[in-house]
Design a protein around this ligand. Structure first.
Ligand code: ATP
Length: 344
């Protein structure tokens, strides 16, 4: 059982806080995605967990044991770097077994472990190949196998799939998750791709400017975001200034009674978040007046972009429910009761 705990972690570069009082508890065997925009501190957090970077304050604990004084190679953590950092002078098996070689594991054991891992990452029989003879996806698998070679307590991956094209990336997301589940290893993956995080993670940690904005399941961060930043970062949403007294939401000139299912996280001057799939198009007299400015037909769904009192609002409808509406038409907007979120 490996619980990873991060306590009051800060990392300062000069006067800049790349991490600012980060605390997270990751239970055994969970798959966690660190998600956030470029520069929010994801890689720094992963490096501090690994011991590649010393924190300015705070602690990293594995099963309650403080790791601060433990050097990287003794932390029992496997790593996959964004650049992969595979060695061209070694063959695939040599790359996979490299962390074992530097720990003094004998040749026969290394070879056996490399075979095992080649099977696990679905590269059987490829141990003798050179790195330059592999495709991007195969290299990715070698890097994952190498990260797992020491049978780590904690598996850390920094944007492991970012170099792959979209189709292969989706495929590898599922495979990585399956490998992790089969091993039950506590895993932390850095990504800036929210779809990737929602696909793979048990727990998503959304970061901004060195601070954790929310830690929750994919469902929680999507349906019950902690604040407007999270709502906007996870999936797409319509954010509108509103005023809320807890009983009703005043927005775009309308007053919408709060009903069960609506989530009110702030009162007074706040932001209303409504996902495009929860914006309904109704006859002009029955909703908030708007004008259609653009229609995007994506095949699987149709997006109607509208102007409502100077704000851009997007509605997403399934093709089968596509209304007979054209650019320039006047429409009414309704925000589905039970699906409105008021945030600070
Ligand atoms: P990306 O998605 O672009 O990789 P990130 O969220 O992983 O971004 P970090 O690499 O952790 O972000 O960087 C966080 C902040 O700390 C950035 O502003 C970065 O410039 C700064 N930073 C990181 N490493 C150093 C360093 N060694 N010296 C000075 N500043 C650094």
């Amino acid at each position: 059982m490996t619980e990873l705990r991060i306590e009051g972690l800060s990392k300062r570069f000069g006067t800049y806080f790349a991490l600012d009082d980060v605390s997270i508890t990751i239970p055994h065997g969970r798959f966690v995605c660190l998600l956030g925009p470029s520069g929010c501190g994801k890689t720094t957090l992963l490096r501090v967990i690994a011991g590649l970077e010393a924190p300015s304050a705070g602690r990293v604990l594995v099963d309650g044991v403080d790791q601060t004084a433990v050097p990287t190679h003794k932390r029992g953590m496997g790593m996959v770097f964004q650049s992969l950092a595979l060695f061209p002078h070694l063959d695939v098996a040599g790359n996979i077994a490299y962390p074992l070689a530097i720990r003094g594991v004998d040749r026969a054991k290394r070879a056996a472990r490399a075979q095992e891992l080649l099977d696990l990452v679905k590269l059987p029989g490829m141990g003798g190949r050179r790195i330059h003879q592999l495709s991007g996806g195969q290299r990715q698998r070698v890097a994952i196998a190498r990260g797992l070679s020491i049978d780590p307590q904690v598996f850390l991956l920094d944007e492991p799939l970012s170099a792959l094209d979209a189709g292969l990336r989706e495929h590898m997301q599922i495979e990585l998750r399956q490998i992790q589940q089969s091993l039950g290893v506590t895993t932390v993956v850095v990504t800036h791709d929210q779809k990737e995080a929602l696909t793979m993670a048990d727990l998503v940690i959304v970061m901004k400017e060195g601070k954790v904005q929310q830690a929750g399941t994919p469902m929680e961060v999507y349906h019950a975001p902690a604040n407007a930043f999270v709502a906007d970062f996870i999936g797409s949403t319509n954010l509108m200034p509103c005023d809320c007294d807890g009983k009703a939401i005043s927005v775009l000139g309308a007053r919408l009674p709060v009903v069960e299912g609506d989530l009110i996280r702030a009162t007074g001057a706040a932001q209303l978040s409504v996902r495009p799939e929860n914006v309904a198009l109704v006859p002009p007299a029955e909703g908030i007046p708007a004008e259609v400015t653009f229609i995007r037909d994506l095949g699987e769904s149709v997006h109607f972009v509208m102007n409502a009192g100077g704000r851009t609002i997007t509605a997403q409808v399934p093709p089968a429910a596509r209304p007979e509406i054209a650019v320039g038409d006047a429409v009414g907007l309704a925000f589905r009761p039970g699906h409105r979120v008021v945030l600070a």
